[in-house]
Design a protein around this ligand. Sequence first.
Ligand SMILES: C[S@@+](CC[C@H](N)C(=O)[O-])C[C@H]1O[C@@H](n2cnc3c(N)ncnc32)[C@H](O)[C@@H]1O
Length: 345
Amino acid sequence: MNATEEAEALKMLFRNQHAFLIPKIMLTASDLGVFDLLMESKEPLTSVTIAERLGTSPFGMERLLDACVGYKFLQVERKDNQTLYGNTNLANLYLGKRSPRTQYYSLKFSAEFTYMRAQHLADAVREGEPQTYRINDISTRNFYEAFYRTESGLREFMKLMHEMWRLWSGVVLNAFDLSHFPLVCDVGGCTGALANKCISLYPNSTVTIFDLPEVVETGKKHFVSSEEHRITFHGGDFFKDPIPEADLYILSRTLHCFADEKCVQLLTRLHKACKPGGGVLIVERVLNEDRTGPLEAQIYGLVMLLITQGKERTPSEYNVFLNAAGFKEIQQKKTGHFDAILGRK
Ligand SMILES: C[S@@+](CC[C@H](N)C(=O)[O-])C[C@H]1O[C@@H](n2cnc3c(N)ncnc32)[C@H](O)[C@@H]1O
């Protein structure tokens, strides 16, 4: 290793050593209102003004703002002998609670829920088991039971699921032409974010959201307009209860929550209920076949280890499931953050 390579390796070491603080920094600045204040003030502000307006100590606020500059959530300029802080595009778009495409609940999930469980990462690797049961008095290893124990937990989880689709629903549902699947069932459809996009992209489609009864009730109350007659709800357990007949089943970010045998069990149930000529659309972060990336899928694989019995998978792993369940003509499209895999009956 030459001196430049060693300097680079050391830089990586020190950066990564503190990387666990990144979601904490983003969430803290978002929660305290830094990004919203700077977005709404339309001009950069000094750290003293920001602290004053947000009711914090100037000493602490300056440290937080400097860290945000380091990670390029904020930018600084010098004017009249003063340092002025302003949002970067990233903060304006995604980090403010009132940003148009805010990812606030995603930050909160990483900085609080995942962060707590990450204290037990070594246990998770040793046991190959989620660590939810180690936190507080929760005895369940079922992620959903843990999250849905309270109304506020359920609502927060649903907001987390919902906000991501402000960014990606269009590309994912345009990956394949779905116009010849008029009757769609979004299995584990949660807030109906994909259902809404589906009916707006495909004017002849109707969508049933199939999810656990408490999710369906909350979805009806808080997320889907009652005026929307092309979306219907079906509460039940997709491992036990009858699956509504459909031309297309969407399974988005759901298989990655479950162990292999459960995935095959669910896909087999969908295949049985599927109309002839219909299909299933899987939406997931898919690992490269040689497992070299993408980083988001590799990291999420670890997050899934901490919180569920599932994982992120390669295209051939999904192919094995789909074949075992009876689906054929499998096609995969990379769409950026999430990939789409279509199998036909
Ligand atoms: C990770 S979320 C994905 C939500 C949504 N598909 C999306 O991409 O935003 C998985 C969904 O599956 C639902 N789910 C989990 N187990 C279920 C079961 N046994 N029966 C029905 N729905 C279930 C959860 O309530 C949740 O809405």
